[in-house]
Design a protein around this ligand. Sequence first.
Ligand code: SF4
Length: 258
Amino acid sequence: MSTFLNPAYVFGPVRSRRLGVSLGVNLNPADGKRCSFDCIYCENGRNAERRTASPFPRASDIRLALEQKLAQMAEEGEEPDSITLAGNGEPTLNPEFPQVVDDVLELRERMCPQARVAVLSNGTRAHVREVRDALLRLDDNIQKLDAADPHLVELIDQPAAGYDLERTIEGLSSFGGKVIVQTLFLRGELPEGRFDNSREPYLGLWVDALRRISPRSVMVYTLARDVPTQGLQKLAPVELDAICARVRGLGMECSVSY
Ligand code: SF4
């Protein structure tokens, strides 16, 4: 199945139902993927087939590319509704992540003050102080939590050695509610066996984790595009709606993408 890499520091804009006119900022190399997860559904492809020896882009180069793109959009009478730090892996792995955050926030203030700035992260560096502080400066700190059972995370997200689910949940809890939890629900059959993160006991463990994290809101979604693994199935809208209803029952906001 086909997957893709983002070829530049800045990509888009794309029109998204949820984010409006959205610009992406890629903090990873353009010719490969760098991620602390290796999710079976990753649209960037699996880590082994996307290896790169290229260095991380420098904060100064990302800043220049974003400034030029925003200037070009302004000339064309367009402004982004959102700028999202994401693309080709985990953005917080870039050693200059805090500097990129500050640069993007400064450009937003100067060039498109109505735009929101978001990150799509997998939470694996949320416990690192300078990363955590930078994440807290963003408008929308969106963190992935696909399951709260270590074996299921191992199966779906395939984290790098040393991953600690409890430390991640603790890190997300430490945001004091300034976090949006994003969860992809899916089921499938792999050589390791059948799995379904929308069924008990896994759903209950995930709900318990949400209670601990107490996020500002929750986003649930399912497979939408090509994925690199055979045997995966998306959930039906009615199933996602039922999960959302359960989250709302906790008194939390929940949005769903089908
Ligand atoms: S965390 Fe995101 S970029 Fe990393 S493997 Fe998973 S889906 Fe891909």
